[in-house]
Design a binder for this molecule. Structure first.
Ligand code: CA
Length: 227
């Protein structure tokens, strides 16, 4: 899950960024509206945007407007000190999915982020199952026979990527994209380490992550008969 935070208040932006990363999201931060427009026009899709309205260069409303004009359906939460009714109405009319007023409660913001991500996956069952191994993408936990596995946030993200596409090969590049934001150094060696650790941890479920040379990794479908 990738989140973009567009916020020019350094302290707030750093705090948000840190707590979202701790929750296991890959987070990018931009400090003005122009940078937000650029990154949102890029190739890499985001799963959610947290958008301040009072941004330097290009203000938040116009970032939102151009995003929707490009027909990008990414969920957007406006986070602003502007509490006037007309601003709230304008934000929602321009296509924001939620509107929070500063000062705000971090647990509440995080809950709204989860709710929107859940809605974004609508129609898709957010719990993936492979034999006795299950992955709950909203609660962000994996279990074997109902028992929670001890996984780091990065391991969770790798497992989520593989379990959301059981039977399909996921390339190292796709895993790197999921795990790291633009500002973070990523290496494909790190992916190998996470895969290695995950293999051991999910072994009790009889689920294996196969390496497909030159292509990536796959979790095979478990058939009813061979369990
Ligand atoms: Ca601002």
């Amino acid at each position: 899950m990738r989140i973009l935070i567009a916020e020019d208040d350094e302290v707030l932006s750093d705090g948000l960024c840190r707590s979202m990363r701790q929750s296991g999201y890959a987070v990018d931060c931009v400090k003005d509206g122009q940078a937000a427009n650029t990154i949102l026009s890029g190739e890499q899709p985001f799963d959610l945007v947290i958008l301040d309205l009072g941004l330097p260069k290009v203000e938040g409303f116009s970032v939102l407007k151009s995003l929707r004009e490009k027909n990008r359906q990414v969920p957007v939460i406006i986070l602003t000190a502007r509490d006037a009714e007309e601003d709230r109405v304008k934000g929602l009319d321009l296509g924001a999915d939620d509107y929070m007023i500063k000062p705000f409660s971090l647990p509440e913001l995080e809950a709204r982020v989860r709710a929107l991500i859940r809605r974004g996956q609508c129609g898709v069952n957010p719990t993936y199952v492979c034999g006795t191994l299950t992955f709950d993408s909203v609660g962000r936990r994996a279990t074997i026979n109902g028992e929670t596995l001890e996984l780091t946030t990065r391991e969770l993200s790798v497992l989520e990527a593989l379990m959301s596409r059981i039977g399909w090969v996921i390339s190292k590049e796709q895993l790197l994209e999921r795990l790291y934001s633009y500002s973070e150094e990523a290496s494909s060696n790190a992916i190998e380490v996470y895969i290695h650790r995950l293999r051991k941890k999910i072994e009790p479920a009889g689920v294996t992550i196969r390496t497909i040379r030159g292509l990536g990794y796959i979790i095979d479908k478990v058939s009813e008969t061979n369990g």
